[in-house]
Each structure stands twice: as structure tokens, then as C-alpha cells.
Design a protein around this ligand. Structure first.
Ligand SMILES: [Zn+2]
Length: 91
């Protein structure tokens, strides 16, 4: 079930992990849409830190009724499970 994803810079240790969602200042991103800069450094091109998505952010998003919280490229979707844990899945 592990899907091989393209790695544009195989010699650079990525700062972001696959199958996780991150908050990059405004858009939510995953490794597939974060961009090479964020992937390598954990910062966006604009210098904003790319931080792992938190349960609080998902709860806040759900309260605003903007639909499911997805990354910018709609690769992954985040929900809060019945046990209160963060659940990431492919939409
Ligand atoms: Zn994505």
C-alpha cells in the first residue's frame, strides 16, 4: 500500500515526512505540494515555518465549516477521530 512518490532531490534529507499534513503559514500542505524549499528546509520560500498540523487546527477548521481540511493540492485530508486523535487519509 506504500505508494512511491517522486523525490526531486534524493540527496537532500527531507524536513517533512510523507503522509502528514503541515501548516505553511496559510495553506495546508503535504510533502507533495509543499515545494522543494519547504521539503528541504522546513520553511516556505517566503521564510514562514512549516509546522506539523495539530488537532487544534483541525478542530478550528471544522468549526468554521469550510469543508474538509485538505492540503493545497488535495492529496491528503485531515479529520479528528472519535478518540480525539489526528487522522490523515487520502480523500
Ligand atoms: Zn498535498
Amino acid at each position: 500500500m506504500t505508494k512511491t512518490t517522486r523525490t526531486p532531490h534524493p540527496d537532500i534529507q527531507p524536513a517533512l515526512k510523507p503522509d502528514r499534513l503541515y501548516c505553511a503559514y496559510d495553506p495546508f500542505v503535504c510533502v507533495e505540494c509543499a515545494g522543494a524549499t519547504a521539503l528541504a528546509t522546513g520553511m516556505t520560500i517566503g521564510g514562514a515555518p512549516v509546522t506539523p498540523l495539530t488537532v487544534g487546527e483541525v478542530v478550528e477548521w471544522a468549526a468554521s465549516a469550510l469543508g474538509p481540511l485538505q492540503c493545497q493540492g488535495q492529496h491528503l485530508e485531515a479529520t479528528v477521530g472519535t478518540d480525539g486523535s489526528l487522522e490523515i487519509r487520502r480523500p
